[in-house]
Write a protein that binds this ligand. Structure first.
Ligand code: F0G
Length: 360
């Protein structure tokens, strides 16, 4: 049997494209290298013919794309002698920060909005031994507090304002180009702080500038309607959405995002919570892929924009599924319509349940 080298994470793989030196101690959990899955069934249900791929970032070590950036941020923090990291988070960043801090043997402080993060994410931060500080305020308030406190305490901020985060996250674009042999026509992502969409654009541009690929995608960012500063054109003070990961009204990468929108000739748009949940369910039921609500905004928006012609027929589309569905079991169970029944533990009762529910 032919052997291939063990995959040891995106820093090793892309070390020539990352700000790493030969003797940097790399803090990795094998992040990156996530599957790019071509959708089979959903495109057949659509009125126009397109190719849709999903980049399943939920299969990173802590279940979201944050690991790509966090391995870099923590690696650099440790290199610079930091003993503690801090972030504000809607959940996934805190899970990743907690895990990578544990791996590195340093402390993670995480500020989360009380009652507004999904259960799986909270369990991760707690399990990995982070100091979890719930605040009576939303993500945006937490972010400001983190910035203020980092001026006075010996802690390194690992939110996406930390430039190493975007450096790590740009590698998702590299992987996509390497698998498709070119950039897609459209790349759709859910947008909160807009760090990830900015990082992807950096990655695509880098490969383009270095002659590795000769096309660039149009970048499309979708926000939840109740939490859509890029669509309103100004900051939003009380963001609200079922997609708690992107419940953000004051995006940290505001300028970067507008710049890439212009450069890539892309756009921002919004999706209702209903459409987001419907896309999440469709993906789970028709393709066997479970993503968290925020992630489904990319697919919800892409399907709509194919339908209304903004994305033309024949396009090759990549949607980033930013986080795993298991992160938020409560929302999933609440909207599930699959029969959940309890029957007697007898052959007869089980047989009846099967016959009653046989489709076709
Ligand atoms: N999707 C998921 C699942 C997220 O967790 C986030 C952000 C985004 C999309 C948006 O990415 O902010 O780069 O535009 N989550 C952050 C957190 C805010 O704290 O976990 P963005």
């Amino acid at each position: 049997m032919p052997f291939r080298p063990r995959y040891t994470g995106l820093i090793e793989k892309y070390r020539d494209r990352l700000p790493i030196s030969d003797d940097t101690r790399i803090i990795s959990l094998g992040e990156g290298n996530t599957p790019l899955i071509r959708l089979n069934n959903i495109p057949k249900m659509m009125s126009k013919k397109v190719e849709i791929y999903v980049k399943y970032e939920g299969l990173n070590p802590t279940g979201s794309f944050k690991d790509r950036g966090m391995c870099m941020a923590v690696t650099k923090a440790v290199e610079e002698g930091s003993k503690a990291i801090i972030c504000a988070s809607t959940g996934n960043t805190s899970a990743a920060a907690a895990a990578y801090a544990a791996r590195a043997g340093i402390t993670a402080f995480v500020l989360i909005p009380e009652g507004k993060i999904a259960l799986g994410k909270l369990s991760q931060a707690m399990m990995h031994g982070a100091v979890v500080i719930q605040i009576k305020g939303n993500f945006d308030v937490g972010m400001q507090l983190v910035k203020d406190v980092a001026k006075e305490a010996p802690v390194t901020i690992v939110n996406s304002i930390n430039p190493y985060r975007l450096q790590g996250q740009k590698t998702a674009a590299f992987e996509i180009v390497e698998e498709l042999g070119s950039a897609p026509d459209f790349h759709c992502l859910p947008v909160g702080n807009a760090g990830n969409i900015s990082a992807h654009w950096m990655g695509y541009k880098e490969y383009h500038d270095h002659g590795i690929v000769n096309n660039l995608p149009r970048m499309v960012g979708y926000q939840a309607a109740g939490s859509a500063p890029f669509i309103r054109g100004h900051m939003v003070d009380d963001p609200e959405t079922v997609a708690t990961a992107i419940r953000i009204g004051h995006p940290q990468s505001w300028d970067l995002a507008w710049k890439l929108q212009k450069e890539s000739n892309g756009w921002f748009d919004e999706c209702s919570d209903e459409d987001i949940l419907a896309a999440q369910k469709l993906l789970a039921e028709k393709e066997g892929i479970f993503c968290e609500p925020a992630s489904a905004a990319a697919l919800a928006g892409a399907m709509r924009d194919v339908n209304n012609g903004k994305i033309p027929e024949g396009s090759k589309i990549v949607c980033t599924l930013t986080g795993h569905g298991l992160k938020d079991p409560d929302t999933a169970i609440k909207q599930s319509t699959s029969p959940l029944m309890t029957v007697d533990a007898t052959m007869l009762a089980v047989k009846k349940a099967i016959l009653d529910n046989m489709v076709g």
